[in-house]
Design a protein around this ligand. Structure first.
Ligand code: SF4
Length: 365
């Protein structure tokens, strides 16, 4: 495992659509969190090969105070030369001195939660920042030498998606993660009766592909666009169904099973207060067949597709002959390219991932 995810659950305010494990800081909570995180990291460090990717997600990791950031970013885990170290940040928590501190502590990539450059949309989302703060944070982060990715939510009521996408291009970020708003049950948006609008969202994604594509940001995953070389290497580990370790409350890891008949085990740590109390992670064993199903679902979200020959070698299962008839039908429909031992979605297929995955899953059942 050469990738590690660290979850930092603290946020200045809780957005009404949030479905992540995020809490407001309370007296003593961050100190207790850091203490336990350091203990987890110490337990992990001796067995570690150097990390290729390290990702601090949340929550809002950049919301921690400077002395807390120093502790968070000094966990003593060995890194490979050139490792990608990403930190999620909100615009309001970045300024030049903080950016310099993050650089000095080894962070080289920022994932900034912009969501929109339009103030009425940001107000509607309940975000703490405004467009001006987002411009400033992005410009200062690029000046400070970070690789910068921004998150945009597309297809929102009252939003001009073209304007948001063109602003992303104008600012010169190398990576855009574009999402639609998912109204999760139980969130304040769901309780207020807000509904998703698939037609508006599909139009916004078509615009994203056109505007970002013309500017050289390739749609390399359903929701992610990058200039060549700016792809999120940490997320590629997830999409390729590689192995990674996790630290912190609610963090998941995907680890080799080391037991006969199993391919992997997923360990999901409990939320903050139970994690602080020492509750161990929940374990989900993943047999080879389930691994293949997940690998199809994740890989078909990406332009590099699924390495079926590699999956056969890793699991010992015979897959290609069973998948081929369904894959050829999807190829005839223009959704899939069938290469030597590899299935690759076309541009049209990326818009219809479920239509790709379901027939292939059925072929294996
Ligand atoms: S900033 Fe992100 S993690 Fe924090 S509350 Fe808002 S959506 Fe949730």
């Amino acid at each position: 495992m050469t990738s590690l995810y660290v979850h930092v659950p603290f946020c200045p305010t809780i957005c009404p659509y949030c479905d992540f494990h995020a809490v407001r800081r309370t007296r003593g909570a961050v100190a207790a969190y850091l203490e336990r995180l350091e203990a987890e990291a110490r337990a992990l460090a001796p067995a570690r090969t150097p990390l290729r990717t390290l990702y601090y997600g949340g929550g809002t990791p950049s919301y921690l105070r400077e002395d807390e950031l120093v502790r968070l970013l000094s966990l003593g885990l060995p890194l490979e030369a050139g490792a990608e170290v990403t930190l999620e940040a909100n615009p309001g928590t970045l300024n030049r001195s903080r950016l310099a501190l993050l650089r000095s502590l080894g962070v080289n990539r920022l994932s900034i939660g912009v969501q929109s450059f339009q103030d009425p949309v940001l107000r509607g989302l309940g975000r703490a920042h405004r467009a001006r703060g987002a411009y400033r944070a992005i410009e200062e982060a690029l000046d400070a030498g970070f690789r910068v990715s921004i998150d945009l939510i597309l297809g929102l009521p009252g939003q001009d998606p073209e304007r948001d996408l063109k602003e992303a291009v104008r600012l010169g970020v190398g990576h855009v993660s574009a999402y639609t708003l998912i109204v999760e049950p139980g969130t304040p948006f769901a309780l207020a009766g807000l509904r998703e609008n698939p037609d508006r969202e599909a139009r916004a994604f078509a615009l994203a592909e056109a505007i970002l594509g013309e500017a050289g940001l390739v749609r390399y995953e359903v929701a992610n666009f990058a200039r060549p070389g700016e792809e999120a290497r940490h997320n590629q580990v997830y999409w390729r169904m590689g192995f990674w370790a996790g630290l912190g409350p609610s963090a998941a890891s995907h680890e080799p099973a080391g037991a006969p008949g199993l391919y992997a085990v997923r360990r999901t740590r409990p939320p903050l207060h139970r994690w602080l109390a020492g509750e161990p992670p929940a374990e989900e064993p993943i047999p080879p067949r389930e691994h293949v199903r997940e690998a199809l679902m994740m890989g078909l979200r990406t332009r590099e597709g699924v390495d079926v020959a590699g999956l056969e070698a890793a699991t010992g299962l015979k897959l290609w002959e069973r998948l081929r008839p369904a894959a050829e039908r999807l190829a005839e429909a223009g959704l899939l390219e069938v290469g030597k031992g590899r299935l690759v979605p076309t541009a049209g297929g990326l818009d219809l991932v479920h239509s790709l995955v379901l027939p292939l899953w059925e072929a294996l059942s």
